[in-house]
Design a binder for this molecule. Structure first.
Ligand SMILES: [Zn+2]
Length: 57
């Protein structure tokens, strides 16, 4: 059993990379509810930065 670095609950299996939320590993539930949406948001922010940067070239 491992401990989820986000919710602190025990989980079985490999777990998931919790970045960019934190540097640890997390359970499937936190991955789906927190980590994946956060990654989507970060990707969206990055794309907006890229788009804005392109307008200045
Ligand atoms: Zn969790």
């Amino acid at each position: 059993m491992k401990t989820c670095s986000i919710c602190g609950k025990k989980y079985e299996g490999y777990g998931n990379n919790a970045q960019p939320v934190n540097d640890g590993r997390c359970c499937d539930k936190c991955n789906v509810l927190i980590v994946v949406p956060r990654r989507m948001q970060d990707a969206k922010n990055k794309k907006e930065e890229f788009d804005n940067g392109n307008q200045n070239v």
